[in-house]
Write a protein that binds this ligand. Structure first.
Ligand code: TPP
Ligand code: MG
Length: 321
């Protein structure tokens, strides 16, 4: 499958933007400008950008705790995303949700969620809505290997398969759920095998290769939209960072980390675009500079943004105080 050159360069820029955004975030944490914790998707950018590339703009995405990349790929405004992380009023959740609790229904981003596997039933319900209301929209549901150990995964995908819902279950198998290796969590070696238990299509792809991800996602999206039901895509990837801010990765070997760093999805994409004559080193450097500029602008926007009004502290609460 060939794609327009302009689009591929734009998607490379998006992948670099995700990387730059989280690198900037790391620095803001160290300066104390952002508190709490956060889960970075460094190394998994091809999953987010490649899979979302297979969607129409009106399609829907659900995310998990490692969601900055998914949200940026779906069209998040970087400034509002950064403002959310800084707890500002202009943030996507008014500064109340932070990294793991952001949504933007207007661009079809139904939300990130800190509960492992928690969005799988939500995404399945959203897909049921699309089917009943005949909207023609597809739901793309991102989650990790750890989520496959949750009942919510098995109940959700079974329901999606039985009702032939317009949904793509996108599993980012980055080999670890916190410090637990995937072989300690599951007897099956290819997590895409779970699909056969539920009578649905299952495929395993190189999650560090934008093109492999996009092709698998495009097929799955077409199947879902045609009414032929869901696909479970297992994208094999690696988080090139700790699980969260406090993780020093002592459970992984230097050799393992180095072997995945050699297959960094940004380098893979850049190498492919240069080999195909779509970009040269100078174009790549310009794109990288643009991405860094976008992130710097977002930080400035967020720093200038207003703090939430203390009088609104009880707004949007369901419980009466
Ligand atoms: C129901 C639930 N159990 C445990 C946790 C603690 N927890 C947070 S992230 C995580 C691991 C998730 O692993 P995976 O799904 O593979 O995603 P990854 O972090 O690798 O992207 C766990 C166990 C949680 N957030 N929710
Ligand atoms: Mg994982």
């Amino acid at each position: 499958m060939s794609y327009p050159a302009k689009e591929l360069v734009a998607h490379y820029r998006l992948m670099v933007t995700i990387r730059e955004f989280e690198e900037a975030l790391d620095e803001l944490f160290s300066k104390g400008l952002i508190g709490g914790t956060s889960h970075f998707c460094r190394g998994q950018e091809a999953c987010a950008v490649g899979a979302v590339a297979a969607l129409e703009a009106s399609d829907l995405v659900t995310s998990n705790h490692r969601g900055h990349g998914h949200f940026i790929a779906k069209g998040a405004e970087l400034g509002r995303l950064m403002a959310e992380l800084m707890g500002k009023r202009e943030g996507y959740s008014g500064g109340r949700g932070g990294s793991q609790h952001m949504a933007a229904f207007d661009i079809g981003f139904l939300g990130s969620n800190g509960i492992t596997g928690g969005m799988i039933p939500v995404a399945t319900g959203a897909a049921l809505t699309q089917k009943l209301q005949k909207t023609g929209r597809v739901v793309l549901c991102f989650f990790g290997d750890g989520a496959c150990g949750q009942g919510a995964f098995h109940e959700g995908v079974n329901m999606g398969a039985v009702w032939e819902l317009p949904i793509v279950y996108f599993l980012e198998n980055n080999l670890y759920a916190m410090s637990t290796h995937v072989v300690e969590n599951f007897k099956v070696t290819e997590l895409a095998q779970f699909a056969s238990s539920y009578g649905m299509t299952g495929v395993s792809v190189d999650g560090n290769d934008y093109f492999a991800v996009r092709e698998a996602a495009a097929e799955a999206v077409a199947q879902a939209r045609s009414g032929a039901g869901p696909t479970l895509i297992e994208a094999r990837t690696y988080r090139m960072c700790g699980h969260s801010k406090s993780d020093q990765c002592e459970y992984r070997s230097d050799e393992e980390e180095a072997s995945w760093a050699a297959r960094d999805p940004l380098s893979v994409m850049k190498g492919r675009l240069i080999a195909d004559g779509i970009m040269d080193e100078a174009n790549a450097a310009a794109v990288e500079q643009q991405a860094a500029g976008d992130v710097a602008e977002a930080i400035e926007f967020a720093r200038q943004a207003a703090e939430p009004d203390p009088d609104t502290v009880t707004d949007d609460l369901f419980a009466d105080l």
